[in-house]
Design a protein around this ligand. Structure first.
Ligand code: IPD
Ligand code: CA
Ligand code: CA
Length: 270
């Protein structure tokens, strides 16, 4: 068994265990939902319990590895070549409302490059896995991106970061522009599932800004291993720390990139 396969198996064990925790808390949070800082940026007892389970599994198997986890921050020596990026509950707003679009996302960067990704959707009981050179799967069967090559025939997905009330760079104009040019733009509320859905061909492309590494590391390797393309908005190599990502089936990449770079201002819609 290759080392990447071992990393993938352990990440899967952690994601499934965390998913069971999320199912256990669903609908039982009562007053255990608080805002982290920005309005709407929620954290619940379920986020924390899910993260604890993931940390326990990863630390047991890989005590030397570094970790970047949404609720705990940086753990261990961040200079280690192995860095796990963990979102214990991606889609907390959905979760708090019992809207079934949330996931556990566990990605591994090796020397800064996404190499392993597991995304688990407990509501749909769907497991997405990928590792560099090993392909991408849903429920352990190979998946591929879609073949849609025209924006006018595409279905896209995007999201809006929690700082959207504080900046004009809030993705509203992009959303209007692409809604006009495509068959639709969805907003699921879970960045990791958005990327997983690009990987399995349910949507043809995804873009978003204001993201953190734990939102996207697992999804990046999933899309790449499913045959898709992941870059910055302008098509240049992705820098994860910018939080701005364009992921497509590859066929739509250039046209979606071009449209994102020439979005009319919102006033144009009045
Ligand atoms: C959020 C979701 C959402 C995205 C936000 C993320 P959280 O993560 O992925 O889709 O639009 O930018 O912060 O807070 O639910 O883990
Ligand atoms: Ca998230
Ligand atoms: Ca989260």
């Amino acid at each position: 068994m290759t080392q990447l396969q071992i990393f993938l198996d352990i990440a899967t064990e952690a994601a499934l265990a965390a998913g069971a925790v999320l199912k256990g808390y669903l609908g039982k949070l009562e007053d255990a939902v608080t805002e982290k800082g920005r309005p709407g940026d929620l954290v619940t007892a379920a986020d924390k319990a899910s993260e604890e389970v993931i940390l326990t599994v990863l630390r047991r198997h890989f005590p030397q590895h570094s970790i970047l986890a949404e609720e705990s921050g940086k753990l261990g020596n961040q200079d280690n070549q192995y860095l796990w990026a963990i979102d214990p509950l991606d889609g907390t707003t959905n979760y708090a409302h019992q809207y079934p679009a949330f996931a556990v996302s566990i990605g591994l960067l090796i020397n800064g490059v996404p190499q392993v990704g597991v995304i688990y959707d407990p509501s749909g009981d769907e497991l997405f896995q990928a590792a560099a050179g090993l392909g991408a799967t849903r429920d352990r069967r190979p998946i591929n991106v879609s073949q849609t090559s025209e924006l006018s025939k595409s279905l896209l997905v995007t999201g809006f970061a929690y700082d959207r009330r504080e900046t004009s760079d809030n993705n509203y104009a992009e959303f209007c522009h692409l809604t006009h040019l495509t068959q639709g733009v969805r907003r699921s509320g879970s960045a990791s599932l958005d990327l997983a859905y690009v990987a399995c061909g349910r949507v043809d492309g995804y873009w978003e800004r204001g993201l953190s590494p734990w939102d996207i590391v697992a999804g990046i390797i999933l899309v790449q291993e499913a045959g898709g393309k992941v870059t910055a908005y302008d098509g240049s190599p992705l820098k994860i720390e910018t939080g701005r990502i364009l992921a497509t089936n590859g066929y739509l990449h250039d046209s979606l990139s071009r449209e994102l770079l020439q979005v009319p201002p919102l006033s144009a819609w009045k």
